[in-house]
Design a binder for this molecule. Structure first.
Ligand SMILES: [Zn+2]
Length: 130
C-alpha cells in the first residue's frame, strides 16, 4: 500500500517538475487523472486500515466466543461428539423441563435442577437396595 502512495506522490512531483499545468487540454486531463489516482489510492489505504482494524476486532470476538463455547461445552472433542444425547427431565420441585447430557447420569452421583437448584437425581435414591 505504501508503494502505491509513493508512486502517486512521485507522479505528482514529476508533473510539477515537467511543468504540466492546465493551460493545455492534455495538461487538464493529466492533472485530473492524477488527482483521481491520488484519491483512489488514499481511499484504498483508508479501507485497508479499517479492514485491518475489523480483522483484529473479529479475531478478539472469535477468541471470546471460543472461551464461551469452552465454558458451555467443555473441550471441543466433547462438543463435537455425535454420541452425546440429552435426557429430558421434569423437575419434581419446580416442574421446569430441564436437559442433562446422558453421560452425566453415569459420572455424577447427584444432579441438580439448573432452575431451582434442588436435587433432581440421586443415585442412592434411584437404586434402592431392598
Ligand atoms: Zn427445579
Amino acid at each position: 500500500m505504501d508503494y502505491l502512495l509513493e508512486k502517486v506522490a512521485y507522479l505528482k512531483g514529476l508533473m510539477d517538475g515537467l511543468e504540466i499545468d492546465d493551460s493545455t487540454k492534455e495538461g487538464k486531463i493529466l492533472i485530473n487523472v492524477v488527482d483521481i489516482l491520488h484519491d483512489i489510492v488514499h481511499e484504498i489505504a483508508d479501507l485497508t486500515a479499517s479492514n485491518d482494524e475489523l480483522d483484529e476486532y473479529i479475531q478478539t470476538i472469535d477468541e471470546d466466543l471460543s472461551d464461551i463455547e469452552y465454558e458451555l461445552y467443555g473441550d471441543d472433542d466433547e462438543y463435537c461428539d455425535d454420541d452425546l444425547h440429552y435426557i429430558e427431565v421434569e423437575c419434581p420441585h419446580c416442574q421446569e423441563t430441564v436437559y442433562f447430557a446422558d453421560d452425566l447420569f453415569e459420572t455424577e452421583n447427584e444432579l441438580y435442577c439448573p432452575n431451582c437448584k434442588e436435587s433432581i437425581y440421586n443415585e442412592d435414591l434411584s437404586d434402592p437396595e431392598d
